[in-house]
Every structure is written in structure tokens, then in C-alpha cells.
Write a protein that binds this ligand. Structure first.
Ligand SMILES: *[C@@H]1O[C@H](CO)[C@@H](O)[C@H](O)[C@H]1NC(C)=O
Ligand SMILES: *[C@@H]1O[C@H](CO)[C@@H](O)[C@H](O)[C@H]1NC(C)=O
Ligand SMILES: *[C@@H]1O[C@H](CO)[C@@H](O)[C@H](O)[C@H]1NC(C)=O
Ligand SMILES: *[C@@H]1O[C@H](CO)[C@@H](O)[C@H](O)[C@H]1NC(C)=O
Ligand SMILES: *[C@@H]1O[C@H](CO)[C@@H](O)[C@H](O)[C@H]1NC(C)=O
Ligand SMILES: *[C@@H]1O[C@H](CO)[C@@H](O)[C@H](O)[C@H]1NC(C)=O
Ligand SMILES: *[C@@H]1O[C@H](CO)[C@@H](O)[C@H](O)[C@H]1NC(C)=O
Ligand SMILES: *[C@@H]1O[C@H](CO)[C@@H](O)[C@H](O)[C@H]1NC(C)=O
Ligand SMILES: *[C@@H]1O[C@H](CO)[C@@H](O)[C@H](O)[C@H]1NC(C)=O
Ligand SMILES: *[C@@H]1O[C@H](CO)[C@@H](O)[C@H](O)[C@H]1NC(C)=O
Ligand SMILES: *[C@@H]1O[C@H](CO)[C@@H](O)[C@H](O)[C@H]1NC(C)=O
Ligand SMILES: *[C@@H]1O[C@H](CO)[C@@H](O)[C@H](O)[C@H]1NC(C)=O
Length: 653
């Protein structure tokens, strides 16, 4: 069916003018004045799924992703989010900043939410505004941010030339798709599955965008494979399109070495994790069922990729378009005994799929060069032709452009940020509660627990570590090279070897830098740690030593410098980032412009409004039929209707 669908689409589009050939014609979207440019800057199609794992092999089950993006582009295996939760990951990506600087640190207030994003003023100064200023047309289709819904749909996400967003509380009911385009009243698509609506909307806009001559950024953010609301009840799986429900019925959740581990390992964990009971057979069966549902649901994503690539090909612009595929954060299913969910610093949750196809990006290459979501905004700006010296380059970026690394993905200087193409130290953080995404019960989860922590992760050729400090004071250290599944906690208080204490001392100091870093201090944290001459012995005799990697920092000449460093700590477990709860800081916050933590570039957020929502529309049906695979946007649009005033009132209460 895939190949047939491509053939159909290409057939429909055959003979149409290409984007370059049509340059100079009027722009149907803006009503005129498209600029002729036969050497146009590249377009960007950014596809970001929701809660898709890399480490549970979900992408192996997406044949179109494999054929069109992995085989024709570069697969970056060390791409990370710095916070494994939707709203923080998305706002961090859109601002090019760490979440301690956006202070969008959870999905609900006071940590986060769409209303907090707007109140902070960050929505007046982020990616689409910058891309617009650089001459790009910017459009957005899909999930916006947690808390954007029927209660505040008319607080239109700013900056986009066109934005069509999924609305809460219906966003997690795949069979009740309700959207708002550019702040217009909520539109309901009865009889349609959300993933088909997302696909047809994206294609409809891509048709417009490829008919005009400005370069464009099209962001497509499907809600799939996030857990759903299903037939009147919260579910703990995504709901696939009806036409995919018979696939993968024999698939089982990968029982990785850290799946449902023995007590000897589990009791080495911290916080709420150390008390989890083993998953019983019901929980293991449920993980299999969820895994099957996720693979089924992702077939709808493969159809989006298939149709997007087919249209770019038919319009003749595929070779001048970067197509980026990723997820906001990862997912675990039974790893470390957690039946389902995200929010942890372990690799399953933070290391995510990341594939790039586009101009000068080598085909069929696998690269281990690390990168972060917060590098994407600078990367898109550099695709638009800007650089860090440009007046239009935002001053507050914590990330850096990945464009060189995309175009030379096998060049690895391996010496850390600021030194060539590689980045070694990744800051990963979290504030607030965590919910286990599985039915309630001691073996199946469902409760909410304190999950505030700070982590530094070293990703390198020689050294790979994760070091975490929890809000209750417990710590974890994993030697990822020897223990890739993060089972043996080397930081247990009663059993820390001298060798591991030396590593902890270095990683603690590095985390002291990254937990509050801004700008260059995030890109090159080692350079902030300057051992004085007194602590150096024979191997380094100057006072201006600049560190740039863990290998180098492990020199025993620096032992006392690192042993004496102030330590990362919390006063108590809070649900949001309160600076006084997290002292000390390095450098001290009062020595920084605006008080640090990004506060120079955002406003205070007091009295964040709630986003009420009660479902007034429900359906017992499953949509996404076989025939709907070939339906047109016009057919879907004809079936749509505005929500009634009564339905809106009943929703927002
Ligand atoms: C189109 O160009 C004309 C002449 O340069 C200008 O007066 C007009 O404002 C432009 N229209 C738009 C929509 O940019
Ligand atoms: C065409 O695009 C290139 C690359 O961005 C730019 O350098 C050039 O100035 C543009 N030419 C015109 C006529 O806009
Ligand atoms: C990228 O390569 C890694 C290592 O081979 C593999 O595990 C991963 O599934 C690949 N990603 C995709 C999207 O295929
Ligand atoms: C913060 O608020 C002030 C006053 O309302 C406003 O001028 C400024 O633009 C805001 N800053 C940000 C980053 O939103
Ligand atoms: C794009 O251009 C083609 C060829 O002119 C036309 O058939 C199609 O309707 C256009 N699409 C839009 C959305 O304007
Ligand atoms: C599942 O496995 C059984 C037995 O191996 C096989 O008969 C059946 O076709 C498989 N079902 C699917 C959906 O692959
Ligand atoms: C950066 O952009 C400026 C113009 O904004 C340009 O003069 C300079 O050459 C660019 N630098 C690099 C390294 O491309
Ligand atoms: C390492 O990085 C430097 C500076 O960016 C660059 O000049 C050099 O070519 C790189 N080395 C390799 C082997 O790529
Ligand atoms: C597993 O635990 C759940 C929750 O306590 C319970 O409902 C279920 O019966 C158990 N399953 C088995 C196979 O023991
Ligand atoms: C989280 O920790 C705080 C501080 O120790 C405590 O007051 C609160 O009850 C905890 N919340 C949960 C859900 O455990
Ligand atoms: C983060 O947001 C919370 C809630 O609005 C606020 O109380 C806190 O002061 C903020 N933290 C920082 C560092 O701005
Ligand atoms: C969709 O269209 C293709 C190409 O015409 C056709 O081969 C396929 O059977 C159609 N699928 C359905 C379910 O109608």
C-alpha cells in the first residue's frame, strides 16, 4: 500500500511546476510578492513525534522512515533531550535554551504549561519569529504545548505564519480530533482519526508552501505514540489507526537487560524507584500489549513521512529540503521496573531517534556525534544563512548550530564542546512529579512520586558516564561503557571506590557548572573549571589551564581542586525550580546579569492561569479506515464542523 500511495500522489502531482520553475509567480498564501531566487535557501520539514523511544527499537518497525530518511540521510545515535517531558522539551527546543533557563519545567503549573510560556513572554521571541525575520515562511501543524486547548485556543501561538494546533482536553482522544487554526474557533473532525487529520493538514500546507518561493520551515508534531484516552477511560497506550490494528500482534516489549531487574539491582536505585516491586506477569503482558499498540500507531507516522517525501519529490524540492525526524523525549516499558512512561534520566527516556536527510547530509551514515534538542534552533538559523556574529542571532542560545556536524557526521574531534564538532557533557534535569503510565496497582504503577533531580551525562569515545543527584540527596553513578543498561550504581554511599570517587568529584563540579549554565557556559562547561596553579603538579605548571574533557580532567594533578569543589544539592523536593532551594550555584547567581537562570530574557510568572477541560464530546468508535488512507484533505474538511457554543461551554466549565 505504501508504494501504491506514493505512486498515486506522484501521479496526481505529475506535471505541476516545480518550486524553482514557478518562482516569480504570486504567492497564494500571502497574496503576492514572492521573491524570485533560483539559489533559494533550503527548506526545513521538522517532524517530531511524542514519547517515541529509540532504545526499544520502535524505529525498526517503520519501513518508510528506514527507506526514505535513514537510508537517504544520517542517523545520529547520540541525540538527547535535556528534560524527558513534553512541554519542557518542546519549549527548550523552540528557544534554544536549557529548561533551567526557560523555567518551563513541567507540563502543568507552576512548573510549566502553555499559559506559563505565554506569561513569561518567551512566545514573543522564539524560533518562528527568528525564521520569519530571516525570510522564511513558518508553519506548524500538531501538538503545541501542554495546556493549549479549548479554554485558550484564541491565545494563538505567536510567530507562525500558519498554525493549526490540537486542543486539550481532546488531544489524547485519537478518535475525537479537535483543532484550532490561527486562533479560529475549535473545529471537530467527526469520523476521523487524529493521525490522519495531522497527515492531511500537513500535506495541504506543504502544497501551499511548495507553491510559493520563500524558503519555509514546516513543523509537524503528531501526538502519536503518546498514551491515550480510550472510550471513556484513561488508557495507557496510544490508539492506532483502525487499519493498522491487526499488525504486530506477536510483538513483545524488548526485555533489555534492565527490564524488570532483580532486587539486587533495583535496590541500588534512588528515590521512588528503589521501592518498586517486580512487575508480575500481568504487568509484563501489559507491556507487550502497549508495545504492539505503539508499533501499530507508528504506522500512521510512517504514512506522514511517505506522503511528505512524495510531495517534496513531486514538487521538485526534495533535494533542497532538510527533513528532520525525532521525538520530544524517549520512553521506557519495564526498564528499571517502571511499567511505562518517561521523565527519568536513563538512556531510554533521554536518548531519542534523530535522523536528518538533506543538502550535503551523507546518505546511509550512522553518526555517534552527540547533540541536543536545544541545538536545533541555532541549526535552523544557520540553515537560513545566519551565524553567531549576525545581529539577528539571539544572545541567549545555550545550544550551537549542528550544521557542520550534519554535513560531516563522521568527523569526530572527541574533545568536548568548543573543540571541534563533538560535545561531551550533556546536562539533564527534571522538576516535579512523575506518573507511571500503566493501570493502577502496586505492580502496575499509576501513582505520582517526587522526581526532581539533576544529571550530568558524559558521551564520548573513551569515557561514558551518568551522574545524578536527586532532590532527597541520593546519588547515582553509572559507567555507561561497562554498564550500558545503567544497572550498577557506583555511587552507593557504603561502597564507593577511590577511583569512582575521583570520577564523582569531576562530574559533580561539571554539574555545578551545567545545572545553571547559560550561553557559552553551557556549550563549553569544562572551560569554567580552572584549577589554580597551587593544585597542579608536574603535569601542568601554568595557571591558565583550560580543561576540555573528562579524560584530561582525571589527571591526578587536579584531585584536590575537584575534591574541594562545592557540591550539587537541594534543600528539599520541590515541584518547580526555586533558586533558593538549589544553592549553591557556580558561578553565584548574584554575580550574573539578570540573576542567571535565563531571567534576563524572560518575565516572572506569577498567577499562571489553569487550563480547564472536561470532555463534552466522546465516541465509542475507532477511525482511520483503509479507505481513509487515500482520502483527500477536501473530503476530510467537508466532514468537519465547529464545536458548538454549548460544547465549548461544557468543556471549559
Ligand atoms: C509587494 O511589492 C510592492 C512593490 O514593491 C509593495 O508596494 C507591496 O507592499 C508588496 N506587497 C506585499 C504584500 O508585500
Ligand atoms: C538568493 O539566495 C541566496 C542564498 O540565500 C542569497 O545569498 C541571495 O542574496 C538571494 N538572491 C536574491 C536575488 O534574493
Ligand atoms: C540508528 O542506528 C542505531 C545503531 O545502529 C540503531 O539502533 C537505530 O535504530 C538507528 N535509528 C533509526 C531511526 O533507524
Ligand atoms: C517583560 O515585560 C515587559 C513589561 O511588560 C515587556 O516590555 C518585556 O518585553 C517582557 N519581556 C519578555 C522577555 O517578555
Ligand atoms: C499549487 O500549484 C498547483 C499548480 O499550479 C495547483 O494545481 C495547486 O492547486 C496549487 N496548490 C495550492 C494550495 O495553491
Ligand atoms: C503470530 O504467530 C503465530 C504463530 O507463530 C502465527 O500463526 C501468526 O500468523 C502470527 N500473527 C501475526 C499477526 O503475525
Ligand atoms: C557571519 O555573518 C556575517 C553577516 O551577518 C558575515 O559577515 C560573516 O562573514 C559570517 N561569518 C561566517 C563565519 O560565515
Ligand atoms: C578538529 O576541529 C578543528 C577545529 O574545529 C578543525 O580545524 C579540524 O579540522 C578538526 N579535526 C578533524 C580531524 O576533523
Ligand atoms: C499483578 O498485580 C496486579 C496488581 O496488584 C494484580 O491485579 C494482578 O492480578 C497480578 N497478576 C498476577 C498474574 O499475579
Ligand atoms: C515530595 O517531597 C516533599 C518534600 O519532601 C514532600 O512534602 C511531598 O509529600 C512529596 N510528594 C510526594 C507525592 O511524594
Ligand atoms: C520558575 O517558575 C516558578 C513558577 O512561576 C517561580 O516561582 C520560580 O521563581 C521560577 N524560577 C526561576 C528561577 O525563575
Ligand atoms: C489507495 O490508492 C492506491 C493507489 O490508487 C490503491 O492501490 C489502494 O488500493 C488504495 N487503497 C485503498 C484502501 O483504497
Amino acid at each position: 500500500m505504501g508504494a501504491a500511495a506514493v505512486a498515486l500522489l506522484v501521479g496526481l502531482l505529475a506535471g505541476l511546476l516545480t518550486r524553482h520553475a514557478s518562482a516569480g509567480t504570486s504567492d497564494p498564501a500571502t497574496g503576492g510578492n514572492a521573491t524570485t531566487n533560483s539559489t533559494s535557501r533550503p527548506n526545513i520539514v521538522f517532524i517530531m513525534t511524542d514519547d517515541q523511544d529509540k532504545r526499544l527499537y520502535s524505529t525498526d518497525y517503520q519501513p518508510v522512515l528506514q527507506r526514505e530518511l535513514v537510508a537517504k540521510g544520517t542517523n545520529f545515535t547520540n541525540h538527547y533531550t535535556t528534560q524527558a517531558l513534553c512541554c519542557p522539551a518542546r519549549s527548550s527546543m523552540l528557544r534554544g535554551q536549557q529548561t533551567h533557563n526557560t523555567n518551563i519545567t513541567n507540563v502543568v503549573k507552576p512548573g510549566g504549561s502553555y499559559n506559563k510560556w505565554v506569561l513569561s513572554g518567551q512566545d514573543t521571541d522564539y524560533l518562528p519569529h527568528w525564521m520569519n525575520a530571516a525570510g522564511y515562511r513558518t508553519e506548524y501543524i500538531g501538538k503545541v504545548m501542554n495546556g493549549y486547548g479549548v479554554s485558550n485556543y484564541n491565545v494563538t501561538p505567536k510567530g507562525w505564519d500558519h498554525v493549526d494546533g490540537l486542543l486539550e482536553p481532546y488531544i489524547d482522544d485519537y478518535n475525537v480530533p479537535i483543532w484550532s487554526a490561527n486562533g479560529d474557533k475549535p473545529v471537530y473532525y467527526p469520523g476521523w482519526h487524529q493521525t490522519d487529520v495531522t497527515r492531511l493538514k500537513a500535506l495541504d500546507r506543504l502544497d501551499v508552501l511548495t507553491n510559493q518561493s520563500d524558503p519555509f520551515l514546516l513543523t509537524i508534531t503528531p501526538f502519536t505514540p503518546h498514551v491515550a484516552y480510550e472510550q471513556g477511560n484513561p488508557s495507557s497506550r496510544p490508539i492506532p489507526l483502525q487499519r493498522h490494528m491487526e499488525q504486530f500482534l506477536n510483538a513483545t516489549a524488548p526485555q533489555t537487560p534492565n527490564f524488570n531487574p532483580a532486587a539486587a539491582y533495583q535496590t541500588q536505585k534512588s528515590g521512588w524507584l528503589q521501592y518498586l516491586l517486580p512487575m508480575n506477569d500481568s504487568a509484563v503482558d501489559f507491556a507487550d500489549f502497549v508495545y504492539q499498540s505503539r508499533l501499530q500507531a507508528l504506522q500512521g507516522i510512517d504514512e506522514i513521512i511517505e506522503d511528505v517525501v512524495a510531495m517534496l519529490e513531486a514538487k521538485g524540492v526534495v533535494d533542497n529540503t532538510y527533513i528532520i525526524y525525532t521525538s520530544d523525549n524517549g520512553y521506557h516499558l519495564g526498564q528499571h521496573r517502571v511499567p511505562g512512561g518517561k521523565s527519568l534520566f536513563y538512556n531510554e527516556d533521554t536518548n531519542i531517534p534523530f535522523v536528518v536527510r538533506g543538502p550535503s547530509v551523507p546518505q546511509g551514515v550512522v553518526s555517534t556525534l552527540p547533540s541536543l534538542h536545544l541545538d536545533l534552533a541555532p541549526t535552523f538559523l544557520s540553515i537560513a544563512g545566519l551565524n553567531a556574529s549576525s545581529a539577528a542571532w539571539p544572545p541567549f542560545f545555550d545550544g550551537r548550530s549542528l550544521l557542520d556536524q550534519w554535513q560531516a557526521p563522521l568527523v569526530n574531534n572527541a574533545t568536548g564542546a568548543g573543540h571541534g564538532n563533538s560535545r561531551e557533557a550533556l546536562n539533564i534535569e527534571y522538576w516535579g512529579l512523575v506518573g507511571i503510565e500503566a493501570p493502577s496497582g502496586p505492580e502496575l504503577g499509576g501513582s505520582y512520586y517526587n522526581n526532581t533531580y539533576k544529571t550530568i551525562r558524559i558521551v564520548g569515545d573513551e569515557q561514558n558516564w551518568a551522574y545524578a543527584v536527586w532532590c532527597n540527596g541520593q546519588t547515582e553513578l553509572y559507567n555507561i561503557s561497562a554498564d550500558p543498561y545503567e544497572l550498577t550504581n557506583l555511587a552507593r554511599a557504603d561502597n564507593v571506590s577511590a577511583e569512582h570517587q575521583r570520577v564523582i568529584n569531576r562530574l559533580n563540579a561539571l554539574l555545578m557548572v551545567t545545572k545553571s549554565c547559560e550561553q557559552e557556559r553551557c556549550r563549553d562547561p569544562w572551560a569554567q573549571l580552572v584549577p589554580d596553579s597551587n593544585s597542579s603538579s608536574s603535569s601542568s605548571s601554568t595557571t591558565d589551564t583550560v580543561l576540555y574533557s573528562l579524560v584530561q580532567a582525571l589527571d591526578e594533578a587536579y584531585d584536590s581542586f575537584f575534591a574541594d569543589f562545592e557540591t550539587v544539592q537541594f534543600d528539599t523536593c520541590m515541584q518547580y525550580q526555586w533558586a533558593d532551594n538549589e544553592t549553591p550555584f557556580f558561578p553565584p547567581l548574584d554575580t550574573l546579569d539578570g540573576g542567571g537562570l535565563g531571567r534576563a530574557w524572560r518575565n516572572e510568572t506569577v498567577d499562571i492561569a489553569a487550563s480547564p477541560g472536561t470532555r463534552s464530546i466522546q465516541t465509542p468508535n475507532y477511525y482511520g479506515t483503509a479507505a481513509q488512507r487515500n482520502a483527500t484533505f477536501a473530503q476530510m474538511d467537508a466532514a468537519s464542523r465547529y464545536m458548538t457554543e454549548a460544547e465549548i461551554a461544557a468543556t471549559i466549565g
